[in-house]
Design a protein around this ligand. Structure first.
Ligand code: F6R
Length: 608
């Protein structure tokens, strides 16, 4: 969703901010803007559409300041227009502010201000915040922000500059991530590391209800109650080249092809082959409780939720734990009973998904212990959970999640295996599992080597407007994830179904125009999937099968076959999802979609 980048230092802010905004594009946005201090005044530029529109506005202008704030906006309150784009100003053009989040009481504040004759120029909640800071300003910008923080309800990550405070940027956070970057030429504030990763990998995470003042020579953090905070910078492992395409036409394809490495990274240093048991240092703080855990609830959204659905089957196979998986956005409407020693496990790439955060907070109130599997180090979910495991998969830039899904599946398997070895699995079963896990990176490479073949299948079917994805047990969630990938990047309508549900309705859809992707590896559901494939074939539905290498039976029944190497039944999802990702990618590419930034979508969904 919206992105923030600000800079104060010795270099010209203009190119640093524009480059930072481009790194934030993947989050999804519909307008962009920046404000740069130029001597005694502040220059404001905003544009609807892509960053290049903003660049056109600035082209040829003398904008040479070294202090500035910039923003990509994903409209929530008010249409994507130039007036609604950030930075926003107070009515006297003193305060310039960028903001992520939602000010919930903005209407009552606005009414009160309008009564006092204050003039508004946008329909946004953010403008209210700019006016409020201007009203509170008595010479000290951080004090004005602190006071405004006590008057607003809702969420914010903000950065603000003031015409009469020539050498400061003040930033503040409640609910929307904000990170300070420490470089050798100045200081950054950004909503995620990618905006500044070309300049520094040293970051300081601001926590909720904290604010910070940045100058060209340093920064100071304090609480909303003005208590000073000392916090050292951490080094993040992301590299500048992680945010580059490196010869791939899209980040989605690059990230699909990174999966042998990201699966390896999810296991690196975590396997004890001889003992048949993984080591997960991040779980150790809660080991005494979790080893006896008998009730685990996974909460997540979207693709992370489907990873959780696979995880449920894997945990049920490998452990004694009673499993539930909940959509984080529905969690608070459920009446869940948490028996003693219940753990809630949040899955999240960004670690900032608003619904997932709300779900873990609700679970905590009800007495559950919290775990996380998160990619973004230092993100809100990683900080609010008691223990957890990082994906170490590098930034995922493509809006459609791919490499994080297989990384989540790998880590869920490690966690299930760790607990399972304590609860019921023999050494032989543990050793067998670890051997199979170690083969995965090369097996994923083997699936990726069929990219040309998969593209040829996409060429044949990409104009079909309805697709069905079918799977059972471990691969039922892969059917849902395959359908989600196809719809979100290609805009083709697709349904993911448990194959056993076919006869209860969806079979009515089968006809020669609708392709079915049947996920039918040689696992314990094989015979049942063969029956489903036969049912589709007898109704003349085209079948694209994902099957185990050398499976002549499925080959004979299907119109197209994509082969995956043999593995343990609970590891097949990690291999079976790769052809689904590639099919979605190639269909979208053939249909000339904006693959890395599909319409209406945002990478990190930080509002409910
Ligand atoms: C789909 C996709 C989304 C995310 C969902 C959760 O490709 O990327 O469905 O999986 O928004 O995001 P995280 O994992 O960041 O909590």
């Amino acid at each position: 969703m919206c992105g923030i980048v600000s800079y104060i230092g010795s270099r010209e802010a203009r190119s640093i901010l524009l480059e930072g905004l481009k790194q934030l594009e993947y989050r999804g946005y519909d307008s962009a803007g920046l404000a740069i201090r130029q001597g005694n005044h502040i220059e404001l530029y905003r544009a609807v559409g892509k960053i290049v529109e903003l660049e056109k506005k600035i082209a040829g202008k003398e904008v040479k300041g070294t202090i500035g704030i910039a923003h990509t906006r994903w409209a929530t309150h008010g249409e994507p227009t130039e007036e609604n784009a950030h930075p926003h100003r107070d009515q006297n053009d003193d305060v310039f502010l960028i903001h992520n989040g939602i000010i919930e009481n903005y209407l009552s504040l606005k009414k009160w201000m309008e009564k006092d004759g204050i003039v508004f120029r946008s329909q946004t909640d953010t403008e209210v915040l700019a006016q409020l800071i201007a009203i509170n300003f008595e010479g000290d910008l951080s004090e004005a922000v602190r006071k405004a923080m006590s008057q607003v309800e809702g969420t914010f990550g903000l950065a603000v500059i003031h015409k009469n405070v020539p050498d400061e940027i003040v930033i503040a956070r409640r609910g929307s991530p904000l990170i300070i970057g420490v470089s050798d030429h100045g200081y950054f504030a950004a909503s995620d590391v990618s905006a500044m990763v070309r300049h520094t990998n040293k970051v300081v995470h601001l926590k909720d209800n904290e604010l910070a003042t940045l100058t060209a020579g340093g920064f100071s953090i304090s609480t909303a109650q003005a208590i000073p905070i000392e916090r050292d910078a951490e080094t993040v492992e992301w590299r500048a080249e992680d945010a580059e395409l490196n010869g791939f036409p899209h980040f989605m394809l690059k990230e699909i092809f990174e999966q042998p490495e990201t699966i390896q990274n999810a296991m690196r240093g975590r396997l004890e082959p001889g003992e048949g048991v993984p080591k997960l240092g991040g779980i150790m703080p809660v080991w005494e409780n979790i080893k006896e855990c008998r009730h685990l609830v996974i909460v997540a959204c979207g693709t992370s939720y489907y990873a959780g659905c696979v995880g449920r089957y894997v945990f049920e196979k490998l452990t004694e734990i009673d499993m539930e998986v909940e959509l984080a956005s529905e969690f608070r409407y459920r009446k869940l009973n948490f028996p003693p020693n219940t753990f809630i496990l949040a899955l999240s790439q960004s670690g900032e998904t608003a619904d997932t955060l709300a779900a873990i907070r609700e679970a905590k109130r009800k007495g559950a212990s919290l775990l996380g599997i998160v990619n973004v180090v230092g993100s809100s979910i990683s900080r609010e959970t008691e223990a957890g495991v990082y994906n170490h998969a590098g930034p995922e830039i493509g809006v459609a999640s791919t490499k994080i899904f297989t990384s989540q599946l790998t880590i869920l398997t490690l966690l299930a295996l760790l607990l399972g070895r304590h609860q019921k699995l023999s050494l032989t079963e543990g050793v067998e599992a670890i051997r199979a896990l170690q083969l995965l990176p090369d097996q994923v490479r083997a699936v990726l080597s069929q990219d040309n073949h998969i593209r040829a299948i996409a060429e044949k079917y990409h104009k079909r407007s309805n697709w069905l994805f079918l799977g059972r047990k471990f691969n039922y969630p892969i059917a849902m994830e395959g359908a989600l990938k196809l719809k979100e990047v290609s805009y083709i309508h697709a349904e993911g179904y448990a194959a056993g549900e076919m006869k209860h309705g969806p079979i009515a859809l089968i006809n020669p125009d609708m392709p079915t992707v049947a996920i039918a590896p040689m696992d314990d559901m094989y015979d049942k999937m063969i029956s489903n494939i036969n049912e589709i074939k007898s109704r003349k539905g085209p079948i694209i099968a994902i099957a185990t290498q050398g499976d002549e039976k499925v080959k004979e029944l299907s119109d197209e076959i994509i082969e995956i190497p043999p593995t343990l039944d609970y590891l097949y999802p990690i291999l079976a999802v790769i052809p689904c990702q590639l099919l979605a990618y190639h269909c979208a590419n053939l249909l000339k979609r904006d693959i890395d930034k599909p319409r209406n979508l945002a990478k990190s969904v930080t509002v409910e």
